[in-house]
Design a binder for this molecule. Structure first.
Ligand code: NI
Length: 274
């Protein structure tokens, strides 16, 4: 239970009049015990976010973006959580402008959706077009790998190997997602087409969230690591076609997991009484 202090009360009262849902929750949440007012509202996901001290104005956007991004990726901010600008501005102790910019960045990374009349909310972990997203990633990443392999240096191969080694011991799903992205980018990074690389990185960012689900739901980590080792081995030998084939199989596995999951959802929906 968190006492309703003057400070957070000031924050609450400065919210838009339109955020009526918040007020309803607040009214539901207030218990008056003798002389003290205590807030017992359902835990607000945003309360999991720690802001340590004032944020310098020039860093505000990037700090907010990074903090929210991490909280979305590690599941502290579940899908559907509303990202209200004023509430976040209060939380981070900044004006609404850097918050708005940070939310825009997160939306561009497909981590937030803008919903009419509701504003930005955390995007679902799995969308019904996720299989299509994966299919597109296979095309883009295969091409990036094809362009990159001939230009990769020994240092690039060593760096990619380092990420595989780090993945061996990592149990934190958020860090696993990041290391997986860095490993793949190390292999594609020499592709000269910068726009292609941007698209590839965008897909990998989305996968950081999927991965958490993949690993937890399907225990894919073992097979993933075998794929990674095989892929690196082939890339080191500059075997372009074989590398692409291994990469495709690796990504196909992810796509199958998503498809199975979505089919399961559909069947469950059908079973539900009208
Ligand atoms: Ni991978």
């Amino acid at each position: 239970m968190e006492p309703l202090t003057n400070e957070n009360f000031a924050c609450l009262t400065s919210l838009d009049a339109s955020s009526s849902v918040h007020w309803i929750q607040l009214v539901e949440a207030i218990l008056i015990k003798e002389d003290s007012v205590v807030v017992t509202q359902k835990p607000n996901p945003l309360s999991s976010i720690n802001v340590s001290g004032p944020i310098p104005a020039h860093l505000a956007r990037s700090v907010i973006e990074e903090t929210l991004r991490n909280a979305i990726l590690d599941g502290r901010l579940p899908c559907g959580t509303a990202m209200r600008q004023q509430e976040l501005a209060c939380l981070f102790g900044v004006s609404r402008m850097p918050v708005r910019e940070a939310l825009r960045q997160l939306e561009a990374q497909s981590l937030l959706h803008v919903v009419t009349h509701k504003g930005a909310v955390v995007a679902p972990l799995i969308e019904d077009n996720s299989a299509e997203t994966y299919a597109l990633r296979i095309l883009l990443e295969s091409e990036a790998l094809r362009l990159s392999i001939p230009l990769l240096t020994d240092d690039d191969i060593t760096q990619a190997g380092g990420y595989i080694a780090a993945l061996e011991h990592e149990i934190d799903y958020t860090k696993i997602g990041r290391l997986n992205r860095l490993f793949h980018m190390a292999l594609y990074g020499k592709a000269p087409n910068q726009r292609l690389l941007k698209l590839v990185e965008h897909g990998l960012n989305e996968e950081e969230r999927f991965l958490r689900f993949n690993l937890e739901a399907m225990g894919l980590s073992e097979t993933s690591q075998e794929d990674h080792r095989e892929l690196l081995n082939l890339v080191a030998q500059k075997k372009v076609d074989e590398s692409i084939l291994t990469l495709r199989n690796h990504l196909m596995r992810g796509m199958e997991v998503i498809t199975l999951y979505l089919n399961g959802l559909e069947q469950n929906n059908e079973k539900e009484p009208l």
